[in-house]
Design a protein around this ligand. Sequence first.
Ligand code: MAN
Length: 353
Amino acid sequence: MKDIANRFEGNPLLKPADLQPSGDGLEIACLLNPGVFQFQNKTWLIVRVAERPKQKEGLISFPILRSGNIQIIEIPLHDPELNASDARVINYKGNDYLTTLSHLRLLCSDDHIHFYEPAGYPLLQGDGPLQSFGVEDCRVSFLENKYYLTFTAVSENGVGVGLKTTVDWKSFESHGMMLPPHNKDCALFGEKINGFYYALHRPSSVDIGGNYIWTAKSPDGIHWGDHRCIIKTRKGHWDDTRVGAGAAPIKTENGWLEIYHGANQQHQYCLGAFLSDLNDPAKLLARTEDPIMVPSAPYELSGFFGNVVFTNGHIVDPDGDTLNLYYGASDEFVCGARFSLKEICSLLKPCHD
Ligand code: MAN
């Protein structure tokens, strides 16, 4: 299937070997799914860095956090109680673990393309018992003079949404778990609407229901309610198994435009778009039928977990039309692609339910 993405010539922009591991004995397995923001006239990425110990013959080993320290778990590969069929998660003796531990790292750029780690900014490691398996896929929204960071917080207790705020990217205020398990893919709208904060999020229902996109509303950006389901998976489509929001929606004259990811049963992750009402973001107006981006470049087809394009960050150029979208390819590389917002909007089909 042909898509409408103009991939950056320099892709992949970042690969695991480009950064130093956070500690001795660790290697970076993946750099992926960056949040994107502007700060001090630069473009910044908050990149998910997924690490593990150097793997030894016959063993699978992975780190977890215990009281702020990294503990390594090692399991023989031939152990009959080990299920390691997915590169991302394993099950051992009935318990689920991640094969890597992710933290978040700040990089910046003067040209949108070449990114480097500036001195003096902290890396964000999981903190406390609700983040012992790491922090992932951070969305950044700027509103009311603050940056809001919404990220996936993973532990043996489940996968939920963590919230932090900052004004200077050097000190952070933690607001704990904003939405409890199972929930991820949460992005705050970049402005208040009728006096309320709004967010997109993705709770998962294991029985009735599924992996759908919801809106939530808040009087203060911290406490959330009025949850409404707005986007469901579509049987037989590219997004028939799971859908999840990307970054903060883009305000257009016709509504809030959101770039989202959808996956099918074969775990192919593509991108699509939807539009919701400017005054009531829980009211869906239109959605694309076909994906606007499909894994097709070699770095999107094979890597740590191939056949994946996944986004949670972008910047719109001052022309109001060029969307610079950053994305994780194959769960291993950070890449970029340009889109025309007009072209995306021309593919939206009205929704009537
Ligand atoms: C899924 C994937 C992984 C991620 C876990 C926990 O399995 O998205 O990359 O680490 O969920 O969020």
